[in-house]
Design a protein around this ligand. Structure first.
Ligand code: ATP
Ligand code: MG
Ligand code: MG
Length: 292
């Protein structure tokens, strides 16, 4: 259970603890303008936000308000709309989308000098002592690329195209304990817990996810980017519910000659991210919740 309050935010004269479900705590602080936050600059991400402000996806991402230097001038931040600003005691969920959360180039780099790693072998055994092969057990080590590929199979990432990163409920309790939440049933239970007491949220989430899906299919940005490690941020309170695309630090422009569907199977080198697999599964899981 995490209880992070990196800073207090003020919006419409209300002061509230800001909620951060992923990433390093030092990466965020309150923005200079009301209703904004600052995230440490990542050049790739800033590039994405600039393009997104001119794309059909604009209504589905936090508004980008430009660069801000830190007080000591040491580093820069991007200023973003605080998506929690219009909510009262918001419930927040971060779902990381895609069938993998590393870039092709990160996997390629890990393959360069594939040393046997005991630390990764130990981590693997801790989660599933049957995961290593006989040979890996004998060597008491696994290679990093092997570990990277395996790690995506312990959560729902590899199979459902998304995983839950963190949830914070309106009562202030929060959890990041979803590393092995994998099956549709487990996910559905977590979603049920997240939306419990807020029945209006589920149909609103479904509607918004469908709009996101339809917009992605016409987006120029989406057609020429590989979207890795990006999340959908779900936010609801007593009255409202909404979803936005966030975190483009690992979203990169595809090479000119490469086209991807975002929904076909990933094979090493084909750049497929499985983003639409994740969105489709999210829609279908929320829809089965309506039937119950
Ligand atoms: P990681 O790569 O580990 O996911 P990161 O440092 O790239 O983390 P983000 O994923 O962009 O950071 O954001 C981390 C968390 O901060 C999100 O899960 C969400 O809770 C919160 N957050 C990010 N952007 C916003 C925003 N615009 N409005 C409100 N909350 C936000
Ligand atoms: Mg993130
Ligand atoms: Mg990130």
């Amino acid at each position: 259970i995490v209880q992070w309050t990196p800073f207090f935010q003020t919006y419409k004269k209300q002061r509230y603890p800001w909620v951060q479900l992923a990433g390093h705590q030092g990466n965020f602080k309150a923005g200079p303008d009301q209703g904004t936050i600052l995230k440490k600059l990542c050049v790739k991400e800033e590039k994405c936000f600039k393009v997104l402000m001119k794309d059909v996806l604009r209504p589905y991402v936090p508004e980008y308000k430009g660069l801000v230097a830190s007080d000591d001038g040491e580093c820069s931040y991007i200023q973003l709309q605080d998506l929690l600003g219009d909510f009262v005691s918001p419930c927040v969920m971060d779902c990381k989308i895609g069938v993998r959360t590393y870039l092709e180039e990160e996997l390629a780099k890990a393959k360069e000098k594939p040393k046997l790693r005991k630390d990764m072998y130990d981590k693997m055994c801790q989660i599933d002592s049957n995961a290593p092969t006989e040979e890996e057990h004998r060597m008491k080590g696994v290679t990093k690329p092997r570990y990277m590929v395996w790690r995506e199979t312990i959560s729902s990432t590899a199979t459902l195209g998304f995983r839950i990163e963190g949830i914070r409920k309106g009562d202030g309790t929060s959890s990041k304990d979803f590393k092995t939440t994998k099956s549709k049933e487990q996910i559905s239970r977590a979603f049920q817990d997240f939306t419990e007491g807020f029945p209006h949220a589920v149909p609103k989430y479904i509607q918004r996810l469908k709009a996101i899906k339809a917009t992605l299919e016409t987006s120029q940005f989406f057609s020429n980017h590989e979207v890795i490690g990006s999340s959908l941020l779900f936010v609801h309170d007593r009255f409202n519910a909404n979803v936005w695309l966030i975190d483009f630090a690992k979203t990169i422009k595809l090479p000119e000659e490469v086209k991807i569907t975002h929904s076909s199977k990933w094979k090493v080198g084909n750049h497929e991210d499985g983003y639409l697999i994740g969105v489709n599964n999210l829609i279908s899981i929320f829809m089965t919740m309506l039937e119950q």
